[in-house]
Ligand binder design. Structure first.
Ligand SMILES: Nc1nc2c(ncn2[C@@H]2O[C@H](COP(=O)(O)OP(=O)(O)O)[C@@H](O)[C@H]2O)c(=O)[nH]1
Ligand SMILES: [Mg+2]
Length: 240
């Protein structure tokens, strides 16, 4: 029997999310699989909890490709590896912390014929205040470099056509923890058709950020700042 073709693949990076991962995946799946044939690309690496076990169990029930490693790869490498495994015509990316509301997916999906990339815009972002502060400061610096039209260039809720991923993925990875900052400036400078969609952003379902602890934010910010020069140089070269 010929299997039905997949409409959209859903990339979800996972690190130490045992407390919530089953709930998050089931919520996404029940929303999207009602109307579309979908498959997850789950990128789990280095978790010290039961995340991998829970996901493996879920894979008996929910269609997924599991990209696992016992070493933690870091957010950007995990997402990049997931993007390289894409085979469907569309890729939806969202985090596994429950902050993105999968109901918003349908606003993205409606726009898919008119745009190459659809970005989430967290109008009311539910993160701790100091995180919002640092993110805003970085936004102003980023805008000095790239002058993008985006309100929320680091939103981890994105729908992208496969040809865009194929074009850009090999160049990605200059910001080990801040994948979307780089991704959005690359799609912008490559002149793809892009739309921002307002989304409902929630507090983490449980646990706390796996990346941006207050003790790490200065180091990450500094390295991201240096990466901006590198990305700018690369983009300028591409436009020569
Ligand atoms: N595969 C993988 N996923 C990660 C890694 N670090 C964080 N994540 C996942 O990426 C998402 C965002 O991480 P989080 O720490 O919540 O960052 P925040 O939402 O930006 O505060 C979560 O779903 C994490 O489980 C990593 O090193 N590897
Ligand atoms: Mg988050």
């Amino acid at each position: 029997m010929e299997s039905r073709k997949i409409d959209v693949e859903i990339l979800v990076p996972v690190y130490n999310e045992a407390a919530i991962i089953e709930r998050v995946i089931r919520e996404i799946y029940s929303n999207i699989s009602e109307q579309l044939n979908c498959r997850f690309i789950i990128c789990e690496d280095g978790s010290k909890d039961n995340s991998n076990l829970i996901i493996t169990k879920l894979s008996e029930e929910i269609p997924m490709i599991l990209i696992s490693s016992s070493e933690r790869k870091g957010y950007s490498q995990a997402v990049k590896d997931g993007m390289m495994a894409l085979t469907a015509p569309y890729l939806l990316c969202l985090d596994s912390d429950g902050q993105c509301d999968p109901k918003d997916f349908w606003k993205f999906w409606e726009l898919r014929d008119r745009y190459d990339v659809i970005l989430g815009w967290r109008v009311k972002r539910h993160d701790v205040f100091w995180r919002l502060f640092f993110s805003r400061m970085f936004y102003y610096i980023y805008q000095m470099f790239f002058k993008t039209p985006f309100h929320d260039p680091s939103c981890p809720f994105v729908l992208v056509k496969k040809n865009v991923i194929d074009d850009l993925v090999s160049r990605m990875g200059n910001m080990p923890q801040a994948y979307w900052w780089e991704f959005t400036v690359r799609v912008f400078s490559a002149n793809y058709k892009i739309m921002e969609v307002k989304i409902n952003h929630r507090y983490r379902l449980a646990g706390k950020t796996q990346i941006f602890g207050l003790n790490k934010v200065f180091g990450i910010g500094y390295r991201n700042f240096l990466a901006l020069f590198k990305i700018l140089r690369q983009i300028n070269k591409e436009h020569l």
